[in-house]
Write a protein that binds this ligand. Structure first.
Ligand code: M6R
Length: 366
């Protein structure tokens, strides 16, 4: 049942090449220049004309929502707010005519996300779902939606569902941008081609497994970890930290790299490893300065870089190279080494990676 893997989590990490491909299958055809999302056909107009998009989700799905915020703003120029479902539902949120709510959930059974959707619906919002489990409560409660088709995810730590959510959200954002004419036809086609290349780029990351195993051995006894990234890689930093804390029980924090100087920098010493996600994007130079600041304070750094980076290896303790892609799709690639890092550290610490203590796969309580 684990297909030769020791744990479901590892199996699911390695399934991502396939699951991202499956998620695009029958929807995206770069050669023909087509992107069809039948699941949201009836409410497509609402999305195209939305004044604002409100994303509600929890945990890893909330991190996918943060990436989607950047995508919708960059591609489709629609303002986006990303809400923890649990906060949204207990406030008295302002929902205006013309707002579209997108609920993201792997299980489709998360109680807080369901309640947030009910609240939004009761105030007249159109609610679209991005779910993995077909026929789940969230899928049924949505007006329409797009399934992630990642296949069953057994490990409590979400991995392949996350990258499939990013794939679906990228497709929705691109389709919306195409209708709104906020992306030129040429750029749109370039993005479709690049999205089709993501499964192969994810597969490339599996070649890092041995190196990440060695790094894990060196850092497995750390008591704290900091994860830093900027732009599209900021949610990846949050996701890397969540993966580590939930399965290895090491305290980890994710921060936008530029926020370091507003507080977390006080924590830096030899005992506080810092994982940077510093791929070649528009914030690269700034993140390089942050790495230097950590090194100057005796911190040990592990950095996810774009293949061929010549600068960061000179300052970092360890680098892991991922293939180049555009800024918006980098999270699907750059998260993979972080999933592997948390997995190996947790295994080395003797933790039950598939069923960590105190956690359930679907959180059906409030
Ligand atoms: O099924 P959902 O996507 O709605 O679940 C949301 C969170 O409970 C979930 O992502 C949780 O944070 C995972 N254990 C993260 O790995």
């Amino acid at each position: 049942e684990k297909g030769g893997f020791e744990h479901f989590m590892l199996k699911e990490i390695y399934e991502q090449e396939r699951s991202i491909f499956d998620c695009m299958r029958g929807r995206l055809n770069a050669e023909a220049g087509t992107l069809t999302l039948g699941g949201i056909h009836h409410y497509q107009e609402h999305l195209i004309n939305a004044n604002r998009i409100i994303i509600v989700a929890c945990g890893t799905s909330w991190h996918a929502g943060l990436v989607a915020e950047y995508m919708f703003e960059e591609f489709a120029r629609i303002p986006v707010e990303v809400e923890y479902a649990s906060e949204f539902r207990y406030r008295n949120p302002v929902i205006n005519k013309g707002d579209v709510v997108i609920a993201i959930s792997q299980s489709g059974e998360t109680a807080d996300t369901l309640a947030a959707m009910e609240l939004a619906k009761s105030q007249g919002a159109i609610v679209l779902g991005v779910c993995n489990v077909v026929g789940s409560s969230i899928a049924r409660l949505s007006h329409e939606g797009v399934y992630t088709h990642a296949g069953p995810e057994i490990g409590v730590a979400s991995t392949k569902a996350f990258t499939a959510q990013l794939t679906v959200l990228a497709m929705i954002a691109l389709k919306t941008a195409w209708h709104r004419k906020t992306l030129s036809e040429a750029r749109f086609l370039e993005y479709l081609c690049e999205l089709e290349r993501i499964p192969a780029k994810v597969a490339k990351c599996f070649e890092l497994n041995d190196k990440i195993t060695v790094i894990s051995e060196l850092f497995k006894d750390a008591r704290n970890f900091l994860y830093l990234g900027r732009g599209y890689n900021f949610p990846v930093a949050l996701e890397g930290a969540l993966k580590l804390k939930e399965i290895s029980y090491i305290h980890a924090e994710g921060y936008p790299a530029a926020e370091m100087k507003h507080g977390p920098i006080a924590l830096i010493d030899e005992e506080m490893p810092v994982v940077f996600i510093a791929t070649r994007d528009s914030s690269y130079d700034k993140v390089v300065s942050n790495i230097q600041e950590v090194k100057a304070r005796g911190g040990r750094v592990i950095v996810v870089v774009t293949k061929g980076d010549a600068l960061i290896p000179k300052m970092a303790d360890f680098v892991v190279e991922v293939p180049k892609t555009c800024d918006a799709f980098m999270p699907m690639v750059s998260v993979v080494p972080l999933q592997l890092l948390s997995y190996h550290i947790a295994v080395m610490r003797g933790c039950n990676v598939d069923q960590p203590r105190n956690l359930a796969k679907s959180v059906t309580v409030e």
